[in-house]
Design a protein around this ligand. Sequence first.
Ligand code: AMP
Length: 218
Amino acid sequence: MPTYIVLIGPPGVGKGTQANRLSERTGLAHISSGDLFRENIKNQTDLGKLAQTYMSKGDLVPDDVTIAMIKDRLARPDCETGAILDGFPRTPAQATALEEMLQTFHGRVNVVPQIIAPRDELISRLSGRWTCRESGHIFNEKTNPPKIASRCDLDGSELYQRDDDKSETVTRRIEVYMEQTTPLIKYYRDHGKLVEINGLQAIDQVTQDLMEALKTRS
Ligand code: AMP
């Protein structure tokens, strides 16, 4: 039976970094809804143009297009054994749609780690975040600096600051998270799937806690 892990946490908590690490350690595909939207924006697709109008304000892209995009992605062969979902679902409607999708793949959500950190820490991390243009790998000026300034450690590509990591949009994204994702957290807690992880710990410790949660719940 395939394994599906849903990573939940506010912007800046380290979801993307940890999802990459979990993907390397488990061999499961890493599906990031934000990365899929950014890829569409880069390629100027119709979906990308639509998503950009919401993303630039820090708002969520409507459920129907987001759900269709993820459904398409989960049907690809690299997801046959399951996936690590990073940034999806973000609303209860998306969670219900995910359950329906997974039934067709004879799977279910196994575990939902929620990475937690206080708001001030998130704002400080997002303002120091740099992303690799090619691989999407994430660095942070304070907590995880690249070896050479503005260059990705993995492939040497340029690092850039995401438009929506700038201050006004950051505040809005955290607000949207609190509003829209809080009911989702309740949904997974009520279903006995939620495991809280302290996101203030060192990156390696967070990964270790996540691996432990996967082992005990898969
Ligand atoms: P992220 O990279 O996860 O921080 O996402 C960046 C932006 O993409 C968000 O602020 C939303 O505008 C959009 N987005 C990503 N995932 C979703 C989702 N599951 N539902 C709606 N919008 C999303």
